[in-house]
Design a protein around this ligand. Structure first.
Ligand code: SAH
Length: 211
């Protein structure tokens, strides 16, 4: 949106409501608002957001997709297996719209990325912070495979140690890694078994482009 700065974007993103009762097996960790704003700003600068059709795969409470709407996306499709997370995303979209007003249109799909009913998803850009696969092995692989079929440009969050796995999988699907941004991801102790208040893990955002 005209006049919106990166720091304003981060401030509005920090007002988003997050998971009420995060589901451990679905790895429901929201993207930190600063990191969401920074990574979606990078995507804006590379021409992948403004006026584009976007899918936020595993949108959760909508942090990434809401940033895309604020940055002038034309359409954002919010997809998650958890309908209650999508309901929070809907509220977050209202909050963001009242803060900065945008013309882009959101749409919603409750579904599993592994489900063939999501076959028809098509977009210019996929943004995703999927489960990292600590609970369901290869959960991030299912997301990547869906993303490869949905769009020619993908922004995907992974643990930094998975970078080479993501690169190989991308190459075998006709995609290359064009950019990598590395972050220290604060995982707030939203889950009962967490012992320290904030644990930091190394996360990379990869921009994957169809060759
Ligand atoms: N992208 C959001 C949420 C990250 S947490 C953000 O950046 O804040 C991962 C999300 O993936 C959760 O919302 C979870 O419900 C969703 N998810 C997990 N497994 C899924 C699956 N098989 N299909 C679709 N969504 C799934």
């Amino acid at each position: 949106m005209k006049g919106l700065t990166k720091s304003n974007l981060a401030i509005i993103a920090s007002k988003m409501t997050l998971f009420e009762r995060p589901n451990v097996s679905l790895e429901q960790y929201p993207t930190d608002s600063e990191i969401a704003a920074d990574s979606m700003w990078n995507a804006l600068m590379l021409g992948d957001i403004e006026g584009k059709d976007i899918v936020d795969l595993g949108c959760g409470t909508g942090m990434l997709g809401v940033c895309c709407l604020m940055l002038g996306a034309k359409n954002v499709s919010f997809v998650d297996i958890d309908g209650s997370a999508i309901n929070i995303a809907k509220d977050n979209i209202k909050t963001a719209k009242s803060e900065c007003g945008f013309a882009g249109k959101p749409s919603y799909t409750i579904g599993d990325v592994k489900d063939s009913t999501l076959r028809t998803l098509k977009a210019d850009t996929v943004v995703q912070n999927p489960p990292f696969g600590t609970k369901v092995k290869h959960a991030d692989k299912d997301f990547l495979q869906k993303a490869f079929t949905a769009a020619p440009v993908i922004y995907s969050f992974h643990t930094t140690e998975s970078e080479s796995f993501v690169k190989k999988l991308s190459e075998s699907n006709g995609f290359k890694v064009s950019h990598t941004w590395r972050y220290e991801f604060p995982l707030k102790s939203t889950m009962r078994f967490h012992k320290t208040r904030i644990k930091r893990i190394k996360v990379s955002v990869l921009r994957l482009v169809k060759e």
